[in-house]
Ligand binder design. Structure first.
Ligand SMILES: *[C@@H]1O[C@H](CO)[C@@H](O)[C@H](O)[C@H]1NC(C)=O
Ligand SMILES: *[C@@H]1O[C@H](CO)[C@@H](O)[C@H](O)[C@H]1NC(C)=O
Ligand SMILES: *[C@@H]1O[C@H](CO)[C@@H](O)[C@H](O)[C@H]1NC(C)=O
Ligand SMILES: *[C@@H]1O[C@H](CO)[C@@H](O)[C@H](O)[C@H]1NC(C)=O
Length: 533
């Protein structure tokens, strides 16, 4: 009895010691020194953006006064990959846009804000030529996808918009800015037109869609100068649903029903899919953990693998043309938090592994799930209540994921990545190769350490082993510092904050260098970027 009590107290002392430091279970991770043949080629602009066009002018600024905050936020990413992210402009308001040459910028009508949607999309937007010309404010080298109105079934609107887009991108100002139009998208989420009043639900089928799209595209291709030669092309689909059937709204359905066989259909060179992890208009810590969880990210993305395969079999590119965490422009206290940054990074990198070539994160002024807030806000993004002090332009936690993805991809324009097999439900990882040789790795611990978590913050000790040669000598470690998964600010990337008034980093870069075979501590809700030497 005494002996048992003594050994119990030894055990409890050991447990106390372990939990005071946080439990640091050993986790072996094996890294190949050369790229496996299955490694995915990474676009430098794998992480790109989609912008709700009702307030495009807020993102762009004016001809005489560009939005330098937005330019700088994009510039930080371009510095890290050598290529500025793509920008898709359109989305829900694309199908509520009319054209009037007399208008400077845009004129919008907005529904009243609500608690769940504090910054609703415009119910009506009218634009003039200058609206499209403002794209020349984007950083040098930006590639643009622009949407035209198909929802309202008014060919004149699509025609006038397409013609204005072509004129804007042919202008000398745009050529000097080196901003190019890559794609026109005709209609946003046309699969939902039967629910939102744009089409008659009893006749709106994939066959009818293909017929009407082709009719619009015949006209728009002429208006926008889309030909089989060089220059812009069509991006197809932009559906919201996740059907894979050949008889409904899906890439397979569009292909089976002849979308690609008409003359304008032959000008489609990419297919866009929209995706959100769910529709949650209120949030909590459990929902944040669900979003971050490794298995959920994999099942959300992998469910589109059949579509990627079907699209690539046609020789077309496949992109997530509009995506983010949850509908309602994000769930409050979930989509706007540090945990969502970990989700963003894992979701983006995992997408590359199934053949998705770009992931366009959707953004609108005041949306909860933005990486970048480009304009001054006067009401809360969480519940629409008036703010006591206006909130000037700033980056949100997810922006740090864009920085990390960009650094991991690097500047060669031809890096590849493979997911690492890690036997842990919360730790995921990727290896990055240049010229086929291991250069970097990213490790993500997506266990949510919340402000409400009781007990110590645990960690795993990652033991790296290397296959296919002798281990590198040293590893340089950069950490994403997060206090709590549900924090909406206060993150630091390798010692620097980007939460500044001009989106430029502040603070000294801080890294750690150690032997490549020493254990790397990875806490709950942490990311490390490893660079091998
Ligand atoms: C069709 O589009 C044009 C240009 O956007 C607009 O002026 C006109 O009012 C629209 N017609 C209808 C019926 O909405
Ligand atoms: C496209 O549609 C507009 C508006 O209906 C029309 O004026 C124009 O002639 C059409 N263009 C072509 C090439 O059919
Ligand atoms: C996608 O992820 C969410 C959590 O963010 C989860 O609730 C949902 O079941 C996942 N969907 C699929 C298809 O895996
Ligand atoms: C978000 O979190 C804050 C701080 O915990 C809380 O006061 C607020 O009610 C939450 N807002 C919503 C809309 O969930």
């Amino acid at each position: 009895m005494l002996a048992l009590l003594a050994s119990l107290s030894v055990l409890s002392a050991q447990l106390t010691a372990a939990s005071a430091q946080g439990t640091s279970a050993a986790l072996p991770v094996s890294l190949p020194l050369s790229a496996p043949s299955s490694a995915a080629t990474l676009n430098p602009d794998l992480l790109s953006f989609s912008i709700e066009q009702d307030l495009w002018t807020e993102w762009a600024g004016t001809t005489s006064s560009p939005n330098t905050f937005f330019q700088n936020a994009l510039g930080n990413l371009a510095q890290r990959t050598g290529q500025t992210p793509w920008i898709r402009i359109g989305a829900d308001s694309e199908d509520h846009t009319n054209f009037n040459a007399a208008i400077q910028g845009s004129e919008d009508l907005f529904p009243a804000p609500t608690t769940t949607v504090p910054y609703p999309e415009a119910s009506s937007i009218v634009v003039g030529d200058n609206f499209y010309s403002l794209a020349s404010n984007l950083p040098k080298g930006t590639r643009v996808i622009w949407g035209v109105n198909f929802g309202q079934n008014n060919l004149t609107a699509a025609f006038l918009e397409a013609r204005s887009i072509m004129n804007a991108f042919k202008s000398s100002a745009m050529r000097e800015a080196d901003v190019t139009l890559e794609f026109i998208e005709i209609g946003n989420e046309a699969d939902l037109y039967s629910n939102n009043g744009f089409r008659n639900p009893s006749t709106w089928t994939i066959q009818e869609y293909v017929k009407e799209w082709t009719n619009f595209a015949e006209n728009v291709s002429v208006a926008a100068g889309i030909t089989s030669g060089s220059g812009p092309k069509f991006i197809g689909a932009a559906f919201a649903g996740s059907s894979h059937s050949t008889s409904s709204f899906s890439p397979q359905g569009a292909i089976a029903n002849g979308l690609l066989t008409s003359a304008p259909g032959k000008l489609i060179t990419a297919i866009s899919q929209h995706h959100y992890s769910g529709s949650f208009c209120s949030g909590n810590g459990a929902l944040l953990q669900d979003l971050m969880t490794k298995a959920n990210i994999r099942s959300n993305v992998s469910s589109f693998s059949p579509d990627v395969v079907a699209v690539k079999a046609q020789g077309l590119d496949y992109v997530f043309g509009e995506t983010n965490s949850f509908s309602c422009h994000g769930a409050p206290n979930v989509s706007n938090t540090a945990g969502a940054a970990l989700w963003t990074l894992d979701y983006t990198l995992f997408s590359s592994q199934v053949g998705i070539s770009r992931v366009h994160f959707h953004e609108g002024v005041g949306y909860k799930y933005n990486l970048i807030q480009p304009a001054t806000l006067t009401r809360s993004i969480l519940d629409g209540s008036p703010l006591s002090q206006p909130l000037t332009p700033h980056v949100q936690p997810q922006y740090y994921a864009a920085l990390i993805a960009a650094e991991a991809i690097g500047t060669t324009g031809s890096s590849t990545a493979t997911e690492l097999t890690i036997d842990n439900d919360f730790v995921s990882g990727y290896a990055f190769f240049e010229g086929g040789m291991l250069k970097r790795a990213v490790l993500i611990n997506s266990q949510a350490f919340l402000s409400t978590s009781t007990g110590p913050r645990t960690a795993v000790n990652v033991d790296l082993t290397f296959t296919g040669g002798s281990a590198p000598k040293t590893v340089q470690i950069k950490r994403l510092k997060i206090n709590h998964a549900d924090d909406a600010s206060g993150l630091q990337w390798a010692g620097q904050t980007f939460e500044t008034s001009d989106a430029k980093p502040s603070g000294q870069i801080s890294t750690q260098t150690q032997s490549a075979t020493s254990a790397i501590e990875l806490s709950e809700t942490e990311v490390v970027l490893l660079a091998f030497q």
